[in-house]
Each structure stands twice: as C-alpha cells, then as structure tokens.
Design a protein around this ligand. Structure first.
Ligand SMILES: Cc1ncc(C[n+]2csc(CCOP(=O)(O)OP(=O)(O)O)c2C)c(N)n1
Ligand SMILES: [Mg+2]
Length: 419
C-alpha cells in the first residue's frame, strides 16, 4: 500500500478468477486480494500521514515553478478582492446580528482561500451543493451584495422569499443549490445530482462542500459510496477547519482525517493546504477535469482553520485559546499569503490596499442600508409554494391569520411588508 497509490490508484476493480482455475486463488466476489498465511491486522496508519499539497509557502513564494498555475494578474486581483470583500461583508453582518438587526449569522474568516480557489476551478454550469460556510463560492459566481443582504434581512428581494434563516442562500441562475442546515444531507443529494448529470452527458460536474464534522454523519457514507459505485462526476470538497462547533478534530476521529477515508470507498483523494488558494485551485481543477472525463468521484480535503466563532450562537473562547486563533489570523492566513504573492510581483501596494478597503467597505455599507430599508415579503408567502392547491386546513389557517392581523392591527406593522 504505497503512498503514491493514494493519488494514482483507480478505485480497486474487483476481478474474479475463472471458476475452472486449478490454482488456490480466492474466489470471493467482494475482494480482489490474495491469500496470506501470516496473521496480521492492518495498521490504520500505514503511512505517517497523508501529505498536504501546496504551491506557495507562507510568504507567498511559489515553491515549485512547475506547479505554478500562472493565473493572470486580473484574475489574481479578482481572487484577492473577493476574499477581502467576503471578509468585510462578514464583519458588517456579524456586527448587525450583535446589534439585533438580523437574527443569526455565520462568518467565513480564514476559509476564504478554499472558497475562491475551488470556485475559480469550476465551470459556471457546474452544480454547487454547499454546507453553510461557503459564501465566497457564491460571491465568486457573481451573487451580488444586495442579494446576500436581502437573504440575511429576509426582505422582499430575497430569492428565498424570506422563509429561511440567514446564510441559507440559494440561486438557481448561478447553479447554487439552497443551503439546508441538517448536516451532510447535501452529500447523497449531490451524488444523485451528479448521477443525473452523467446520464445527461453534458459535460457538467457537481461540487459538494462539507465540514470535517459533517463527514461523521451517516449521510456522508451514503454519499461517498453512491458516488463511487455509480461512478459519478462529483468533487467532494471537505473544509477541515479544525472544529465542529466546540468539538476539535482530535475528538472527532481516530484515522488520518477525511482524505484517508477516500481509498476505502475507491475514491481518488488528495489533501491540500486550504490556505493556499493556488493549491486549492490546482487540485480542484484537475479533479474537475478528470471527474467529467472519466466519470468518477474525487475527494479533496482542504486543511484550514475556522478563525471566527462557529456562529453568532457560539462563543469559542470557552473551548480554544486566543493564542491558537491568533496564530492562524496573523501567521497563516489565506488572504495575507495571497497579498504577499501579489506584492512580490509588484501587482499590489499599500495605496491600492487602502483604497480598496475603503471602497469595498463603502459598497458593503450601501448594500446593507438598502437591504435594511427594503420592505419585507408579503405575508401571503407563508401559504404558497408547497401545494399546487392549498388543502382546507391551510386555507382555514390563512383566513384565521389575516382575520387576527386585522383585529389586532396595532401590533402588526403591515406597512413594513409588501402587499
Ligand atoms: C444532523 C445535524 N446534527 C447537528 C447539527 C448541529 N450543528 C450545526 S453545525 C455543526 C458542526 C459542523 O461542523 P463542520 O461540519 O466541521 O462544519 P464547520 O461549522 O466547521 O464549518 C453542528 C453539530 C446539525 N445542523 N445537523
Ligand atoms: Mg469544521
């Protein structure tokens, strides 16, 4: 079981011997191995750890020129601007929740490299299934600030008609499936979607994001195994950010992370430095190319760190040290790494940084103010879109609700809602 086999091996294809063979060969239909006469358990860590692929060091220097994706200046600036814009949007919306203006929020701090690197490596027609901490992927695809804000404010412009908690974005036009919080439900759904795309044979792939915590759910197993056995063009993209709310990875699993599980399913797998946007880009691009060309799933485990609290319902100082968080914030951050790279090429300087920070903050603030002023969706939306024709019970509830609102109208600011 060599290290190389992790990256080069096809899923092991089971081959049965002809039934008339005279040799003492195993005939079991479920394995392709030989007999041995020595009792030996397989060590779980046959190798000292799956290595972490990277392109840049922490100072933004390209390590091996052959691995440099040579992304043009414009596009690198685009990565950087989207990563920092996401950061700014997170800061404003996090604060707005603290001030009681929205009900909930989740930041993406520290994971911006995994978002932009993977999103840039896909085709716009590829279908995205997210978990909830991949706002940057949607931003890269062109989802405007106004629609992010509309969703978080549940205003009348929200594509989800104000029916979901904040950060549960979805956009049909951008091939981004609506987020749902029950962990790992997206994995079997994504495998099924990839199977459908394969049958349509139209050169599309699925990418399915999930946290290392979600990978412990039973649905993750179902998703991996369906994708492998049905030979689906899908990229399983795990963001291993060290925590599932307060549970550190050291208490989540005993194996070598998530990438180590891939070979068990016969899935081509790799571990990358998620704070190196070029490494994420290279891995996703190659996985995407091969997933479609060969109809097979890929697993990418991107190592990163969740710098923010899990959500606005969490205070992470209860379970991790300030020093730990500071290390990732100050010394191994995907944004500063990319900035080092840009500065060393002469593509970016202090003045540009200052001007961009100011301009992006202004864009975010303007969108924020527009979203806050906008009317809420009509309460009629509470009763539509589930049934073709509403059943009697629902019709009765609708009448009761509006009767109640008319009767106690001083308590219901209907002028803030669309008619
Ligand atoms: C089935 C299910 N169980 C529990 C939860 C509560 N929950 C929400 S997020 C979360 C942690 C997930 O961690 P991970 O997958 O690593 O993603 P991260 O938040 O680190 O990005 C938990 C336990 C849930 N949403 N769904
Ligand atoms: Mg996690």
């Amino acid at each position: 079981f060599s290290l190389n086999s992790f990256f080069t091996m096809q899923g092991p294809v089971l081959q049965q011997q002809p039934f008339n063979t005279p040799e003492e060969k195993p005939q079991f239909p479920g394995a392709s191995a030989d007999f041995v006469e020595r009792l030996e358990f397989i060590q779980p860590n046959v190798i000292s750890g799956i290595p972490i692929y990277r392109v840049m060091d922490r100072q933004g220097q390209i390590l091996n020129p052959a691995e440099d994706p040579k992304i043009p200046r414009e596009e690198v600036l685009n990565f950087y601007q989207k990563m920092t814009l996401l950061n700014t949007m997170d800061r404003i919306l996090y604060e707005s929740q603290r001030q009681g203006r929205i009900s909930f929020y989740m930041t993406n701090y520290g994971e911006e490299g995994t978002h932009m690197g993977s999103a840039a490596a896909l085709e716009p027609t590829d279908l995205v299934f997210g978990q909830y901490r991949e706002a940057g992927v949607l931003m890269y695809r062109g989802f405007p600030l106004d629609l992010f804000m509309a969703q978080c404010y549940a205003n009348a412009d929200d594509l989800g008609k104000g029916r979901q908690m904040p950060v549960h974005y979805g956009c049909k036009d951008l091939n981004f499936v609506t987020i749902s919080s029950p962990l790992a439900t997206q994995l079997p759904q994504a495998a099924g979607a990839a199977y459908a795309l394969k049958r349509e044979n139209n050169n599309r792939a699925v990418i399915c994001y999930f946290g290392e915590g979600a990978a412990s759910e039973g649905d993750a197993h179902a998703g991996f195994n369906f994708a492998a056995t049905l030979e689906c063009p899908i990229i399983f993209f795990c963001r291993n950010n060290g925590y599932a709310i307060s549970t550190p990875t050291s208490e989540q699993y005993r194996g070598d992370g998530i990438a180590a599980r891939g070979p068990g399913y016969g899935i081509m797998s790799i571990r990358v430095d998620g704070n190196d946007v070029f490494a994420v880009y290279n891995a996703t691009r190659e996985a995407r190319r091969r997933a479609v060309a060969e109809n097979q799933p890929f697993l990418i485990e991107a190592m990163t760190y969740r710098i923010g609290h899990h959500s606005t319902s969490d205070d992470s100082s209860a379970y991790r040290s300030v020093d730990e968080v500071n290390y990732w914030d100050k010394q191994d951050h995907p944004i500063s790494r990319l900035r080092h790279y840009m500065v060393s090429r002469g593509w970016w300087d202090e003045d540009q940084e200052r001007a961009w920070r100011k301009q992006s903050r202004q864009h975010v603030m303007e969108a924020f103010e527009r979203a806050e002023r906008r009317l809420k969706p009509s309460p009629d939306n509470l009763f539509s879109d589930v049934y073709d024709e509403n059943p009697p019970l629902l019709k009765k509830q609708e009448q009761d609700l509006f009767q109640h609102i008319r009767q106690y109208k001083e308590h219901y600011p209907l002028d803030l809602y669309e008619k």
